[in-house]
Design a protein around this ligand. Structure first.
Ligand SMILES: [Zn+2]
Length: 89
């Protein structure tokens, strides 16, 4: 079953796993959007919740699980497993 508490920290996920540069300060940071050919940081990322929203192409989601699914074309369970947030038994 899905174990939300095991999802990686949003900063660790976006920076270390996805190689994003998070610009700015505060809860919402800016980054280059991987969902379109971005030349300026159009993606807004919430470092508390992991939510993301692109001001240019409209890609969005509520957490790093959603980002991981969209970015890598995974099912919910595949993404949860990949992020070590899936527990059997
Ligand atoms: Zn975009």
């Amino acid at each position: 079953m899905f174990a939300r508490g095991h999802l990686p920290d949003p900063v660790a996920y976006y920076v270390e796993r996805e190689g994003a540069r998070l610009l700015g300060r505060g809860h919402w940071r800016s980054a280059l959007c991987p969902f379109h050919d971005d030349t300026r940081p159009s993606l807004r990322v919430n470092v508390e919740s992991g939510a993301y929203r692109c001001m240019a192409c409209g890609a969005k989601g509520p957490d790093v699980l959603s980002f991981h699914r969209q970015r890598h074309g995974l099912s919910f369970v595949q993404a949860a497993r990949d992020l070590h947030a899936w527990r059997t038994a």
